[in-house]
Design a protein around this ligand. Structure first.
Ligand code: ARG
Ligand code: MN
Ligand code: MN
Length: 314
């Protein structure tokens, strides 16, 4: 097991300052050391830098499209490098518009993917359905083949093409879905485990059914795109768009334990940690350490305990 870490301190897919410091806060909480301590090889590819666009006027209501397009092109290339070097890619965000480049780069290097999207939000608005114009609420619409004709051409997006089939996508944790997004999910028949299904089935059945569903056709590399706002704001409050009634810490970890055990987890995004949105240092700490624990779970940490060596007991 080896992790290739990319920091993506990008915030222009939404309007709140602070989410660009996510990668460094997550590193400062000891992510790299702790991965190594649990037996995972780690290569840190550092933080990406992004081009500034002085003139980045809204395009059909969507904000800072040029910056988002350009940043995601860089990220896609970085993820391709990490995958070609043989690592499981870890993208530390930054806002969730980064999933465009992350998933695109992953698919470019690894072929067709299964995508598990853990989030309070579906992030499947098109530029024409979005109420907010924020690109972090839109990434899945750019990535799905089935929505290709619904997404207009945008500046700095000509490098990318859709690369995910709606049948290879599963959502977990949804509880704040816009009407047009709900229509899209129903129209395409996307598999959704909203918080209501988590309540009804329990997280264990949700993950069992997630894997069964994704493997019905073929076992493909899994891309986990984990928005920290999937976790309840009582645990992870330092994020731009918190929504009450989320996954517990335990449900969050269970999801990562199960996905890790498939042996197919090939890239992980951990996005929307915004230290400036915490009201106290304790709130920031709780959010960041939850993010770290989610990532450790993706790389084999088990709550039952782990051991690397055979101990000859004295
Ligand atoms: N649905 C809303 C929008 O389109 C909120 C999206 C929140 N997304 C996120 N990645 N936190 O703007
Ligand atoms: Mn979200
Ligand atoms: Mn999101």
């Amino acid at each position: 097991l080896s992790a290739g870490i990319i920091g993506a301190p990008f915030s222009k897919g939404q309007s709140r300052d602070g989410v660009e410091s996510g990668p460094d806060r997550i590193r400062a909480a000891g992510l790299l050391d702790r991965l190594q301590l649990q037996g995972c090889a780690v290569k840190d590819y550092g933080n990406l830098t992004f081009e500034d666009f002085v003139l980045d006027e809204p395009v059909r209501g969507s904000k800072r499209v040029r910056a988002v397009g350009s940043a995601n092109q860089r990220l896609s290339e970085a993820v391709q490098t990490v995958k070609r070097d043989g690592h499981t890619a870890v993208v530390l965000g930054g806002d969730h518009s980064l999933a465009i480049g992350s998933i695109h780069g992953h698919a470019a290097a690894a072929g067709p993917l299964s995508v598990v999207w853990v989030d309070a939000h579906a992030d499947v608005n098109t530029p024409l359905t979005s109420y907010t114009g924020n690109l972090h609420g839109q990434p899945m619409s750019y990535l799905l083949y089935e929505l290709r004709s619904k997404v207009p051409e945008l500046p700095n997006f000509s490098w990318m093409k859709p690369c995910v089939s709606s049948r290879d996508l599963v959502y977990v944790g949804l509880r704040d879905v816009d009407p047009a997004e709900h229509y899209i999910l129903k129209l395409l028949g996307v598999k959704v485990f909203s918080m209501s299904q988590v309540d009804q089935l329990g997280v264990a059945r949700v993950m069992e059914e997630t894997c069964d569903y994704l493997w019905e056709r073929a076992k493909k590399p899994i891309h986990l795109s984990f928005d920290i706002d999937a976790i309840d704001p009582s645990v992870a409050p330092a994020t731009g768009t918190p929504v009450v009634g989320g996954l517990s810490y335990r449900e969050g970890l269970f999801i990562t334990e199960q996905l890790c055990q498939t042996g197919l987890l090939s890239a992980v995004d951990l996005v929307e940690v915004n230290p400036l949105r915490g009201q106290t240092e304790g709130q920031v700490h709780s959010t960041v350490s939850t993010a770290v624990d989610i990532l450790l779970g993706c790389f084999g940490r088990l709550r039952e305990g782990n051991h690397l060596l055979d101990y000859s007991l004295p």
